[in-house]
Design a protein around this ligand. Structure first.
Ligand code: GLA
Length: 388
């Protein structure tokens, strides 16, 4: 892949000068869904698939972008003096937003650049292709402009900031953090309230993480996401009238049951119920993994799915078919929807020798019930961004 971006760069922008190549990964979240913007915990890991770039600084203020995956859009040009989001900028709104956020932090970028990207994260799969592009851009800017004071956690925060304020998607910190801070063979247990984090080795003795792509993505995802987020914020305001908390992640299950009467709307009670219980499940799941109790980890994954389906209402019929079929399979310890929802992928933990049977069973059920064909990835957990 890095050779592919480099070749394309040479073809479009010439081979002279200091051309550098970079990679930043996508992510899959194991448990702790829709908890990041609620001050809770998440447990994602970086993948070995992601986004690649070749880039070179320019002498003027022009910026030129090209995506091999979206080649029909051609070269998209902008400049350091024109960093505003626009529909016609398409995918380049992500890297543009990151440049804008760097400048907003007072970081010095005084010349433009040329950038060619490609990626192997299936688009719309919910494996964070946009976060990987944001982290990739930040990592590239730090390197090209010698901005050594910027840490990888800064890269995650800058990515999230630009997505919230430049691209209008009020995401939490999870995806960018997982991409920027990924570590091979480890998942990241992150407290999104404090950004305290810990790496937990993925030791699955005879089991693997299997991602199943439903290949459906329902429309209005961003607005439904922002809507869930504001319901939780409203519920938090209501809870604050009866207890001294700063986020839903501050509550135990018992405390929530005690105070939930303050929430004046049944839907909001269910949204907040999910956020509180899911946060507790993430904490318990990491303990279970550390003590080698994979069965407990799987049970918590399954409960997570039920809660996302019934209380948070971010699943969809296609995903439920895949999860139900997984639950019915031999050798599956747990299965759930992963990521923002409304389509995308499921994540399952499957015994090594049952993976083929798992694929067959899900393919059959998905064909029968939805007339669709899923795709499967047996996950390798990878590192954060690199320059080659
Ligand atoms: C999307 C967002 C994340 C997180 C997940 C749900 O991936 O970008 O911040 O909220 O949804 O857990």
């Amino acid at each position: 892949m890095q050779q592919k971006v480099l070749d394309k760069f040479h073809e479009l922008f010439g081979a002279d000068g200091d051309i550098r190549t970079y990679f930043a990964p996508g992510r899959v979240n194991l448990i702790g869904e829709h908890t990041d913007y609620n001050g809770g915990h998440v447990f994602p890991c970086a993948l070995t698939i992601g986004t690649y770039a070749a880039a070179r600084k320019r002498d003027d203020r022009k910026i030129r972008f090209f995506s091999i995956n979206q080649f029909s859009k051609g070269i998209i040009e902008t400049s350091l003096d024109d960093l505003t989001p626009s529909d016609k900028a398409g995918w380049t709104n992500y890297p543009k937003g990151v440049v804008w956020a760097f400048l907003g932090r007072g970081l010095k970028i005084d010349t433009g650049f040329d950038m060619v990207i490609t990626g192997d994260i299936p688009s719309g799969s919910g494996l964070s292709s946009s976060a990987s592009l944001e982290v990739l851009t930040g990592f590239m800017l730090r390197d090209l402009y010698g901005l050594d004071s910027v840490t990888n956690i800064d890269l995650a925060q800058i990515g999230q900031y630009s997505e919230n304020n430049f691209n209008g998607m009020n995401c939490g910190i999870m995806d960018q953090f997982a991409s920027a801070m990924g570590r091979k063979d480890n998942a990241i247990f992150l407290d999104c309230n404090t950004l305290a984090y810990e790496y937990a080795p993925i030791v699955l003795n005879g089991y693997k993480i299997v991602v199943t792509n439903s290949k459906v993505k329902h429309s209005l995802v961003d607005s439904a996401y922002n809507d869930r987020r504001s319901s939780c914020e409203k519920a938090l305001e209501e809870l604050k009238t009866v207890t001294d908390i700063s986020s839903l992640g501050d509550l135990t299950e018992e405390e929530f049951e005690k105070y939930k009467g303050a929430i004046k709307d049944e839907t909001r009670v269910r949204r907040a119920h999910h956020a509180v219980y899911e946060n507790r499940r993430a904490i318990k799941a990491v303990d279970a993994l550390k003590s080698g109790n994979l069965a407990e980890f799987g049970k918590l994954m399954n409960e997570s799915h039920v809660s996302l389906r019934d209380d948070y209402e971010v699943s969809c019929p296609e995903i439920d078919v895949l999860v139900d079929a997984a639950w019915a399979c031999d050798g599956v310890v747990g299965s759930r929807i992963t990521g923002g929802g409304f389509g995308g992928c499921t994540v399952s933990i499957v015994a090594d020798d049952k993976i083929e049977g798992f694929k067959e069973a899900l393919t059959k059920a998905y064909k029968e019930k939805c007339d669709l064909k899923p795709e499967f990835y047996v996950v390798s957990v990878g590192n954060g961004p690199v320059r080659f």
